[in-house]
Design a protein around this ligand. Structure first.
Ligand code: FMN
Length: 346
């Protein structure tokens, strides 16, 4: 993996600090007049590449985006748009601010190119995030924004679906799609609904609310890599039988964590994530959109994810550990050349 000098310096810092430094620098660049232009020049895929696609009725300028937990509060939407990403999944959005787990809560397993995430969804909460998405500027016009809804650490299991509905209703008119997190990693406590009843309890109130709206906003379910074959079959049955629009596979893995300190993300997850994407795609006869997430560390992983059946690919640890240029390299691998005007007139 080719890493820039900047990325190698970032990797000398603890995992959470290095991410903060990146996001702070990006924010500073976004504030100076030519900063966004520099981000675009250095990081965004060439306009000459044909990367556009329509997925669940939404137009994406390219299929590579940012997974939840990277810009949880939607603070860097302008800068991520300038950097050329096709979409950003903000969140997990929770109804109230919460601090997350005390630090250190993100460990780097350097040799394995993986992280152990026990961050516990630190969030500034719904009101703050709403403010950020409401103030979307013209710079984010081409950026698709997804809202990942997750659970507050303190919420009692009986109240989770009410909590999800509250965030969904408030965010509905401001985002382009929703991801319902069915693999929450809140302060060492997993919340992974696995049965048909548990999963339907989460999504049915959302379908009900959407039925009463003029605009249609797609709803996807994000699943855990720790589900058994039978549990994945249940998810696919729900996908086929209900108005669910797609699946995001996968979140971090608790089962793979040798330290039992959180959820594994990064290279240790790659093969499992691709295997699940392929299984869901085949079982649903390639009829439903899948966002591939989990261990996408290189441009080859992006290609493998898409060959397995992902329509979109969401990055997190790959960018944290290998840098933002991953987008450009992956775009060069998956693009088809754009037809010239001359070709169009033939
Ligand atoms: C620090 C960190 C925070 C995360 N926070 C969230 C979150 O709030 N909600 C969520 O659904 N997933 C969250 N994730 C999981 C990622 O969105 C992604 O599904 C997972 O990391 C696997 O992809 P990766 O291997 O490319 O990182 C987080 C991951 C990391 C590393």
């Amino acid at each position: 993996m080719r890493r820039s000098l900047f990325q190698n310096i970032l990797r000398l810092l603890p995992a959470e600090t290095s991410h903060r430094v990146r996001m702070t620098l990006m924010g500073l660049l976004g504030k100076i007049p030519s900063g966004r232009w520099w981000l675009k020049l250095g990081l965004a895929p060439s306009r000459k590449l044909n990367l556009e696609r329509e997925v669940f009725g939404v137009h994406f300028r390219n299929p590579i985006g940012i997974a939840a937990g990277f810009d949880p509060n939607g603070d860097r939407l302008n800068e991520l748009a300038a950097s050329g990403f096709g979409f950003v999944e903000i969140g997990s959005v929770v109804p109230r601010p919460q601090p997350g787990t005390p630090r250190p809560r993100l460990r780097r397993l350097r040799k394995m190119q993986s992280l152990v995430d026990n961050s516990g969804y630190p969030s500034r909460g719904l009101e703050y995030i709403l403010d950020n998405v409401r103030r979307r500027t013209k710079h984010t016009r081409e950026l698709v924004i997804g809202c990942n809804i997750g659970k507050l650490t303190a919420t009692h299991p009986d109240d989770i679906s009410k909590e999800y509905l509250r965030v969904f209703r408030n965010m509905y008119q401001y985002v382009d799609f929703f991801v319902i997190n069915a693999a929450c990693n809140t302060a060492s406590k997993q919340y992974v609904p696995r049965t048909r009843e548990e999963l339907l309890a989460l999504v049915e109130p959302l379908f009900e609310f959407r039925r009463g709206q003029l605009d249609y906003c797609p709803i996807l379910l994000k699943i855990s890599p720790d589900l058994s074959r039978e549990e994945i079959d249940t998810v696919v049955d729900i996908l086929i039988e209900t108005p669910l629009d797609g699946i995001e596979a996968v979140a971090g893995s608790f089962d793979m964590d040798p330290t039992h300190g959180g959820a594994i993300t990064g290279a240790m997850l790659t093969d499992r994530a691709i295997e699940i994407v392929r299984y869901v795609a085949e079982r649903s006869e390639h009829n439903y959109p899948i966002i591939g997430s989990g261990g996408v560390m290189t441009e080859e992983d992006v290609v493998r994810m898409m060959e397995a059946g992902a329509s979109l690919v969401a990055l997190n640890t790959g960018i944290r550990e290998n840098g933002m240029r991953l987008l450009k390299r992956a775009a060069n691998r998956i693009a088809t050349p754009r037809e010239t005007n001359e070709d169009n007139t033939k």
